[in-house]
Structure formats: C-alpha cells, structure tokens
Design a protein around this ligand. Structure first.
Ligand SMILES: NC(=O)c1ccc[n+]([C@@H]2O[C@H](COP(=O)([O-])OP(=O)(O)OC[C@H]3O[C@@H](n4cnc5c(N)ncnc54)[C@H](OP(=O)(O)O)[C@@H]3O)[C@@H](O)[C@H]2O)c1
Length: 236
C-alpha cells in the first residue's frame, strides 16, 4: 500500500526539508502552505513527482476542510500528519509587554491551529494501520528545561506558552488514543537557523533539523504521548 504524509508550513524552512526527506523515502507527500504561490514554487523547486501542493492555513477551518477534501480525492488513508506550521511573533518582546492580540495570534497558529488540523484529519489518519501525528515543538516549551536554563533562555511568552499548550494537547490525545492509535508525539528540531528566528547564526541547517523529525516519524518505536528531542524523551 502506498504511504502518504501531509506536512503543514512546508513552503520553506524545516517543513520544506521534512517534505524532501519523506519523499526520498518513497512517501507521497502533500506539501502544505498557506500561500498558493509560495507552495507551488516550493513543489517546483523540489522537482519530485511524489510531492503535491495543498493549500492550508491552519487558522482557517474552511481552508483545512478544503485540504482534507483534496487529499481524500487522492488517498483513503494518511500515514503521517506532521503539524509543522508555527510562528514566534514575540521575539524581542518582554512577557509583560506583549500585546494581547500578539499572544492570541501565537495561540491561533501553534495551539488552536494544530488542534483543528488534528481534529479534521483524525478520520483519515485512523484509516492507516500505522497512523502517526507529529507535533513540531520546542525545548523552550519545557517548563523544566526553561527553568533550569537548559533550554534557550529566550524569555518569550507567546511562542513558549502556546507550544507548552500544544505539548499538553499531545499528552492528552496520547492518553485518549492509547494502544489503539494513532500514535501522537511532539518533536523539537532544536535551534535551527530559519526565518522564524531571523536566521540567527549558529543553528542547525534546515536539513539537520528536519532529520530529527523524520527519524522519529519513520521510527518503528512507539513514542505515543511523548515529547522528544534529538536525545530522546524530553522533560516537560
Ligand atoms: N527554527 C528553530 O530553531 C526551531 C526550533 C524549535 C522548533 N521549531 C519549530 O519548527 C517549525 C518550523 O519552523 P521554521 O523554523 O522552519 O520556521 P519558518 O521558516 O518561519 O517556517 C514556518 C512555516 O509555517 C508557516 N505558517 C505560519 N503560519 C501559518 C498558518 N497560519 N498556516 C499555515 N502555515 C503557516 C509559514 O508559512 P509562511 O511562509 O506563509 O509564513 C512557514 O511555511 C515551527 O513549528 C517552529 O516552532 C523551530
């Protein structure tokens, strides 16, 4: 049976490389992007016949439902849903100074967006024998690592707390799905130089960051309900 994956926020950055790596492993990959022009250009750049563009804005339920219909026309099951789309709108803004609109915006994409992607695509993921949902998270969302200074000490409320909420979503759904599946877990690529952080130097390349995600996505180990970094299970 053919294998199918859907990666959100994949017109650039880590998501773009996740698409490439899964396509190289013979998956048919749906490259999700909210901007049609950028998404189609990304597919063209990859030049792989097993990659298809799908428009999806994770904050727009109509757009998510349209993407579901498009994918359902091609396949009756989805093996991998990679919730990679994410924003960090408050870099350089102190927690006490963030505007409420900016805080809500972070939650709209990172938390509510991820939730409505999962809720919509669950029926299709459940039709795969080995269906997996991967939520791309950050070590900055771990209260333990952030408090101890082991995570990047970037004290930003919107990004960090919306990803912490996403981790909670991962845990609660993991408990609900249990042994029956699908498997759901979070993975952080770790500091990777991308537009998200203003292309800060010293991070991993997007291919290196993406490999951490695809290695877990393709692993035969069961990581249901766990939050993972390159070394394994990460503290909350
Ligand atoms: N870079 C790091 O150091 C790092 C570390 C840990 C975790 N992460 C996580 O890795 C993931 C990918 O980030 P990145 O570093 O590759 O950042 P990036 O280059 O900025 O890519 C983010 C992607 O998300 C898309 N996106 C934003 N809002 C969206 C929406 N409403 N609907 C659909 N797509 C949307 C962007 O689309 P547009 O191009 O249209 O804006 C873009 O394709 C994020 O979840 C991020 O939190 C990154």
């Amino acid at each position: 049976m053919n294998k199918f994956a859907f990666v959100t926020g994949a017109n650039k950055g880590i998501g773009f490389e996740v698409v490439r790596q899964l396509a190289e492993r013979k998956y048919h990959v749906f490259l999700g992007a909210r901007n049609v022009e950028l998404g189609e250009k990304a597919v063209q750049t990859l030049g792989l016949s097993n990659v298809t563009f799908i428009q999806v804005d994770v904050t727009d339920i109509q757009s998510i439902q349209n993407s579901y219909k498009k994918i359902e026309e091609v396949t009756d099951h989805l093996d991998l849903l990679i919730n990679n789309a994410g924003i960090a709108p408050d870099f350089h803004i102190l927690p006490s100074e963030i505007k409420i609109e900016t805080l809500r915006q972070a939650f709209e994409v990172n938390f509510f967006g991820t939730f409505q992607m999962i809720q919509t695509f669950l029926p299709l993921v459940r039709k795969s024998e080995y269906g997996k949902i991967v939520n791309v998270t950050t070590d900055m969302a771990s209260q333990t690592l952030f408090d101890s200074g082991e995570a990047a000490s970037i004290n930003i409320l919107g990004y960090n707390s919306s990803k912490t909420a996403m981790n909670s979503l991962t845990l609660t759904l993991g408990k609900e799905f249990g042994d029956k599946g699908p498997e759901i877990f979070g993975v952080t690529p770790g500091f990777t130089t991308t537009d998200l952080n203003g292309n800060s130097p010293g991070g991993k390349t997007t291919a290196e960051g993406a490999k951490i995600i695809t290695d877990y996505a393709l692993s035969i180990e069961n990581y249901n309900g766990k939050i993972l970094n390159k070394n394994g299970i990460m503290p909350w």
